[in-house]
Design a protein around this ligand. Structure first.
Ligand SMILES: *[C@@H]1O[C@H](CO)[C@@H](O)[C@H](O)[C@H]1NC(C)=O
Ligand SMILES: *[C@@H]1O[C@H](CO)[C@@H](O)[C@H](O)[C@H]1NC(C)=O
Length: 278
């Protein structure tokens, strides 16, 4: 058990040392070589990926190429000088982040963090992302959409609002981040008109009530007064004196009393008759 553990540990250590020694863990040495003129040596035609050419020719092909050291790389596809490893690109600057780490055979691939986007294909730098309702204005700036235009996407130019066709009208107005919504024009344009119609009706009713109520009240009062005086004229003794034409309200209780109970009529009669007896 203890032995097994130690062996495992040793194996791991050896592996780690190997990986570190190889820098970027690429196979080292020459990949493709040919005999040289002096028959003793070979000359390297092509190194393993991530290896720079250390010596053009020599007796051991493994020593002709050396892996690129930490933070350097050589890209066989793009690098013309086979002998120099280049420094890995550092993704620094506003909004930049490492998308893919540098390897011995390929440079770092940079990306942009959230809210930023690459300014070009190579993503050499990042630009602040413009949100909805605004558009890129150059040099990493954003500007709000001009009036009558909108943008409902991230980092896109603003476009004109839709113009409704003649048989359509704007149902929902647009904003800097939303287009207008057009809809079919209703046949009789009823919404606006009927609203106005009902408004007028309401006003007329209120106005009518305001005018009619006092007039009607006066008419009713006048009618009741005339009815009363007419009744009183018929009554013997002529109680009209007790009740002047203006004292309409004062007369009502008397009239109601008179019609319902005999006593008030009798008192009225006795009042008017009284002086005659005396
Ligand atoms: C490579 O560089 C990193 C930091 O960039 C460091 O942590 C690491 O130890 C280096 N490795 C070697 C083998 O030099
Ligand atoms: C946007 O609207 C303006 C004026 O309203 C007009 O001059 C311009 O041509 C329009 N652009 C497009 C792409 O329709």
């Amino acid at each position: 058990m203890d032995l097994l553990w130690r062996m495992k540990l040793l194996y791991g250590l050896v592996l780690a040392v190997l990986v570190l020694a190889e820098g970027h863990s690429e196979e080292s040495g020459c990949m493709d070589w040919e005999n040289s003129d002096n028959l003793k040596d070979v000359c390297c035609k092509k190194c393993h990926p991530g290896n720079r050419l250390a010596h053009e020719c020599g007796p051991d092909p493994m020593l002709l190429c050396a892996p690129c050291e930490n933070d350097t790389f050589i890209d066989a596809n793009t690098d013309t000088n086979r002998m120099i490893c280049r420094r890995c690109y550092q993704c620094t600057g506003g909004g930049m982040r490492v998308k893919e780490k540098c390897t011995a055979s390929r440079d770092t691939v940079c990306g942009c963090s959230q809210g930023y986007r690459c300014a070009n294909d190579k993503c050499s730098h990042c630009l602040k992302e413009c949100g909805k309702g605004e558009q890129p204005a150059g040099r990493g700036k954003c500007e709000p959409c001009p009036p009558g235009m909108y943008n409902d996407k991230i980092h896109q130019p603003c476009v004109n609002w839709t113009r409704c066709t003649p048989d359509h009208q704007i149902i929902v107005p647009g904003s800097s981040s939303k287009d207008v919504i057009c809809g079919l024009t209703p046949h009789t344009e009823p919404t606006a008109k009927s609203d106005a119609d009902s408004m007028v009706t309401v006003i007329l009713i209120i106005f009518g009530l305001l005018c009619v109520t006092p007039v009607a009240t006066i008419l009713i009062l006048e009618w009741r007064r005339r009815k009363l005086t007419h009744k009183e004229r018929k009554q013997p003794g002529g109680a009209t004196q007790t009740c002047g034409p203006e004292e309409v309200s004062f007369c009502f209780p008397q009239q109601e009393h008179g019609s319902s109970s005999q006593s008030s009529v009798e008192s009225l009669l006795s009042q008017s008759i009284g002086p005659l007896e005396a």
